[in-house]
Design a protein around this ligand. Structure first.
Ligand code: G3H
Ligand code: 13P
Ligand code: ZN
Length: 335
């Protein structure tokens, strides 16, 4: 049994309370490799932002859970070496799908876990989430639950359509499970294809496709039922067009990739939404940079020569999110 506090990690409790009060959101960035982790930590340190490092079940399988735990411990030391004396870093399980998986993360040193029972019948979701909360809270590990189904694929589960969160269920769910935060469904989805072109209209100024708005009425109703309760938005990548264009220019084939407009995320971050999940934008930044090196320097075969530029591009993107979208810069409790 490893306690996250011994690794220098923190849970989400304080940072969420401050984020709701301050009208900003904490970035939750997925990672599964060293370059992503370095870029996330550098961006968080340079902007003095708290940060959530998320590990999906797939990432755990890819990178090895023990190694990931040591990487997170290393991330705390790295942040200090970069000049941040009191970093606030959460190691969070993203989309945990069973009690056993959540327990094994708690036992391994994670400071926060998500139990995603959103695809289960309501009562089963309540029972599973409650069981995880009861275990995790013994060790002061915070728990995120989910109500409502996002369209698209998350880990191995996929859904054709959104089922928006039913605001009538949130009080019952939060009270009976004791979860510390709640992921809701208001129209975001995972991946780089969040909307079909036929759902969008063309912005006459830019010629770009603009997706339909998120269901802020559902978010408002949830906040009315649970005032001050921490809300989480998954599937919040913006799918920057410049990365899609770069990938396509250098031999890729991403067609009609569409994300969540930044203005909508800025609006959400000012509300009780205090955790915003971003993974796909990091994948796009990395892929665009690697493709450019491969296209421009075909003789290059030292991985540092293409993973280095990929790391720089991801760091730039993470900083942009923190500074210009989520507003979590300068929000460490102690510098
Ligand atoms: O929820 C989805 C995240 O982007 C994680 O994706 O399961 O491919 O690691 P993954
Ligand atoms: P994106 O695919 O929009 O980056 O969402 C990531 C996510 O929600 C991870 O849980
Ligand atoms: Zn997600």
């Amino acid at each position: 049994m490893v306690n996250y506090k011994d690794l220098g990690l923190v849970n989400t409790k304080d940072m969420f309370a401050r984020a709701i009060k301050g009208g900003y959101a904490i970035p939750a960035f997925n990672f599964n490799n060293m370059e992503q982790l370095q870029a996330i930590i550098k961006a968080a340190v340079e902007t003095k932002s708290p940060v959530i490092l998320q590990v999906s079940k797939g990432a755990r399988n890819y990178a090895n859970q023990t190694l990931l735990r040591y990487m997170a411990e290393g991330a705390v030391a790295y942040a200090k070496e970069l000049g941040c004396e009191h970093p606030e870093i959460v190691l969070h399980l993203d989309h945990g799908d069973s009690f056993e998986l959540c327990k094994s993360c708690v036992d391994l040193g994670f400071s926060s876990v998500m139990i995603d029972g959103s695809h289960l019948p309501y009562e089963e979701n309540v029972a599973l989430t409650k069981k995880v909360v009861e275990y995790a809270h013994q060790f002061d590990v915070t728990v995120e639950g989910e109500l409502g189904v996002l369209a698209g694929v998350e880990d191995e589960v996929s859904a054709e359509h959104h089922t928006y969160t039913n605001p009538e269920e949130v009080i019952d769910f939060a009270t009976r499970t004791g979860c510390d935060s709640l992921a809701i469904s208001i129209g975001t989805s995972h991946g780089a294809y969040k909307f079909k072109p036929e759902q969008c209209h063309v912005d006459p100024a830019t010629g770009r496709l603009v997706p339909p708005p998120l269901a802020f009425d559902v978010l408002d109703a949830v906040m009315e039922k649970l005032p001050g309760f921490p809300i989480v938005l998954h599937g919040s990548s913006s799918v920057p067009q410049e990365y899609v264009d770069m990938i396509n220019q250098y031999g890729g084939k991403l067609e009609a990739a569409i994300g969540i407009p930044e203005e909508e995320l800025r609006k959400a971050a000012k509300s009780a939404v205090c955790k915003i999940n971003i993974d796909s934008d990091s994948r796009l930044a990395m892929t665009a940079a690697v493709r450019r090196v491969f296209a421009e320097k075909p003789a290059e075969f030292d991985p540092r020569k293409y993973l280095g530029p990929a790391r720089d591009e991801m760091e730039k993107m993470y900083k942009h999110k923190i500074l210009n979208v989520l507003g979590s810069d300068g929000k460490l409790a102690q510098c």
